[in-house]
Design a protein around this ligand. Sequence first.
Ligand code: DAH
Length: 351
Amino acid sequence: MKDQINKAKENSTKEIERCKSLKELNDIRVKYLGKKGELTIILRGMGALSEEERPVIGSLVNEVKEEIEKLIQEKAEQLEQEQLNEKLKSEVIDVTLPGKKVKRGSKHPVNRIIEELEDLFVSMGYDVVSGPELETDEYCFERLNLPKGHPARDMQDSFYITSEYLLRTQTSAVQARAMMANKEKTPIRIVCPGKTYRRDDDATHSHQFGQIEGLVIDKNISLADLKGTLEIFVRKMLGDNLKLRFRPSYFPFTEPSYEVDVSCFKCGGKGCNLCKQTGWIEILGAGIVHPNVLKMNGYDPEKYSGFAFGTGLDRLAMFKYGITDIRLLYTNDVRFLKQFDRKDEENEIKY
Ligand code: DAH
C-alpha cells in the first residue's frame, strides 16, 4: 500500500509539473483527490489493514494528499499568472501612435448669416420665430393685402401644390401669422429667417432661397424706428461706415414702401463692378405696415402702427463673403464649404 501511495505521489507530481492548463490541472485533482480518486480509494480500503498499520498509512496518505494539494495550488497560481501576462501582452496599447484625424464639417455661410442676425435681433429684444414652408394662399398673400387676382402676385412666381397651398414665396407670410396669434395682446417684435421658393431658374436666381423677415408692431411706431433699426442691421452685417438710401417702392403690405440701398462696401460709393458703377447696392425691402394688413389680422390701425422688412439671406452671404455665384451656396461642394471652416472674422471679405 505504501508503494501505491508513493507511486501516486510520484505520478501526480510529474503530471502537475507537465500540466499546461487549469482545466488539465483540475482533471489531475479529480484523478487523485476526487471522490473516486486514487488516494481516496486507498483511504477507503484502510479498513482491511491491521491496527498498527492503519495510523502509519493514514498519516502517509494525508501527508501526500496535502502535498499534492499544495502542488496543485502553486501550479494554479503559476498558470493564472501566465494567462494574465499573455492577456496583457496581447492587449498592449501603444499610446505613442498618432490618432486618426477626424475631418470636421463647417458651418454653411448662409447659416452663419442666420446665426449672426438672430444674435443681433435677440440683443435688441426681438423673438426668433418660424412658420411653415408649405403655406396657405391666405397667409402668403391674402392677409398681406394681396387678394386673388391682384396684379402684384405676378411679382412672385409661385409653386402651387393645390389651389390653396403653395411653397411660401416670402417669409412675409409669418407677419400675418404673428399678428393673428397675438391680436393686440402684446407688442410684436419678431424676426423669421427661413427658406422660400419661387419658379425662378436663371443664373442669378435659385428656385429655393433664404429670406429673413422682420416685423415690429406697437403704439407710435414710425419710419424713424425703421430707419434706425435697419441702419444697425446693415452696419453690423456689412460694415460700420455704410450709408443707407431709402428709395420709394411698392409692396402691397406696406405703405409707404421702400427699397433700401447701401453705399457700396467695395468701392465706398465711387462706382465699381459690384455696384454696377452706381455706388449703391440694393439690399432690402421695407416699409410701414399697411393699415389693411393691420386690420385684417386683428389690429386697430388707429391705435397701432408698425414696420416690416425683408431681405435675402443668400445675397447677404454673398456680399459678406465675396461669393460671386449663388449656385455655390446650394451645390455643397466641400472644397467651397471647407473655406468656411475657420473663424468668422477670418472669412469676412475686406473690401
Ligand atoms: N417679401 C418681399 C419680397 O420677398 C420683401 C419685403 C418687402 C418684405 C417689404 C417686407 C417688406 O416685410 O416690408 O420681395
